[in-house]
Design a protein around this ligand. Structure first.
Ligand SMILES: Cc1cc2nc3c(=O)[nH]c(=O)nc-3n(C[C@H](O)[C@H](O)[C@H](O)COP(=O)(O)OP(=O)(O)OC[C@H]3O[C@@H](n4cnc5c(N)ncnc54)[C@H](O)[C@@H]3O)c2cc1C
Length: 345
């Protein structure tokens, strides 16, 4: 079996840069130099069309790259993972912004963040978009925006009073109508520089619009998609199992690894299924199962390392906290319900 050059590059970045610095980064901030290395690696264009400077790699390669990065340094992974949604959406868009931004995003010249999870709470509207002067004004509060002062552009979403979602690009910096909070101090991934954003009449021209879509239509695709398991869950689980083996418990690691492998194979088969709204129950069961196994793996890393794992320089405690974060990352109400039902059932 040949390994994709992109997977090899991700592994090399993990081994030489991300893993050796992961505990230091966890206690501080993702350094711009980490993101420079990712920008110049070609990994930001893994799923982008070749005609725009990307690699046009299949989803299986993109997932494995994400697993490797998440298992190496979850904070760095989280900053760069935001970028891939705008790239995929640009590749599908037929609006002028595609010609302006797809190439610089595919090549890593520009790094993108996203500010759109809040539209999933519809009918609760926290960011309103209103047509104004050949463009759109945005008002409200974006509760979470990761990669502040690390990325260059943000994909922002707001909802109009006719329940349409407007996705548009903005420069990711303070400007009239956009103010950021201080970076949040969190139980995990503080290093990823997550802020909240106050929007008070931020105006973006029509030429920055990536997509306008009725909320109902967006939810039809987005909600089933959210039932797939994030590759990061497997990345953190495998990283924890490596720690278990290093702690002198290879048999425990192997037993858990076989179970993770099986769930991963099934979850990815379903992620590749062409109809996202089919097999939703099965996808949710696998997602929940993957969480259970990740928690078992990070717990085993802590238990096998004993008291020294409480040291902030220990990978076991870092992975356990990162795993806790992944339990709510990209959570939608259907995912939350399924997870809680599994925990209480
Ligand atoms: C550290 C951190 C960084 C993050 N960074 C980003 C980022 O960069 N960009 C970004 O877009 N998101 C980001 N998120 C958001 C993340 O994806 C969300 O936390 C996750 O989707 C759950 O949302 P919540 O906790 O804000 O929503 P909650 O309000 O707790 O809701 C949980 C779920 O229930 C649903 N829900 C809530 N209220 C209602 C309602 N009234 N009606 C119907 N459904 C409802 C929501 O759709 C949501 O999916 C970040 C989160 C964290 C913790």
């Amino acid at each position: 079996m040949t390994t994709s050059p992109l997977i090899a590059r991700a592994q090399e970045l993990a081994d030489t840069l991300l893993v050796p610095n992961a505990e230091r980064v966890d206690r501080a901030e993702v350094p711009a130099s980490h993101l420079d290395a990712i920008r110049s690696s070609g990994l930001l264009g893994v799923s982008a069309p070749e005609a725009y400077g990307g690699a046009g790699a299949p989803d299986s390669v993109a997932r494995e790259v994400q697993e490797i990065l998440a298992g190496a340094c979850c904070s760095t992974w989280f900053v760069q993972t935001q970028h891939h949604t705008p790239v995929r959406m640009l590749a599908k868009s037929e609006l002028p912004v595609r010609e302006r931004l797809l190439r610089p995003l595919a090549t890593g010249e520009l790094l993108a963040g996203i500010a759109y999870a809040h539209v999933r709470a519809f009918p609760r509207v926290v960011v309103r978009a209103t047509a104004e002067r050949d463009g759109w004004r945005f008002d409200g509060t974006v509760p979470w925006y990761t990669g502040w002062e690390l990325n260059d552009v943000m994909l922002l979403a707001g909802i109009t009073d006719s329940d349409e979602i407007v996705f548009a690009f903005a420069d990711a910096r303070e400007q009239p109508g956009l103010r950021a909070s201080d970076p949040m101090r969190l139980a995990a991934l503080t290093a990823a520089r997550t802020v909240s954003l106050e929007l008070d009449g931020l105006w973006l021209p029509e030429s920055s619009v990536l997509l306008r879509t009725p909320q109902e239509q967006f939810a039809l695709l987005d909600i089933p998609r959210s039932t797939n398991t994030s590759p990061a869950v497997f990345g953190v689980a495998y990283a924890a199992l490596r720690v278990v083996a290093e702690n002198g418990e290879p048999e425990t690691a192997e037993a858990l690894r076989a179970r993770v492998d099986e769930v991963r194979r099934k979850a990815y088969d379903l992620a590749d299924h062409p109809v996202p709204h089919e097999h939703v129950e099965e996808r949710l069961t696998l997602r929940t199962r993957a969480y259970d196994l990740m928690r078992a793996a990070t717990t085993a890393a802590v238990v096998s390392g004993g008291g020294r794992t409480m040291d902030l320089r220990s990978p076991a405690q870092r992975l356990a906290r990162e795993g806790m974060f992944l339990l709510i990352q990209g959570q939608t109400s259907v995912v939350r319900r399924a997870h809680l039902d599994a925990l209480s059932g």
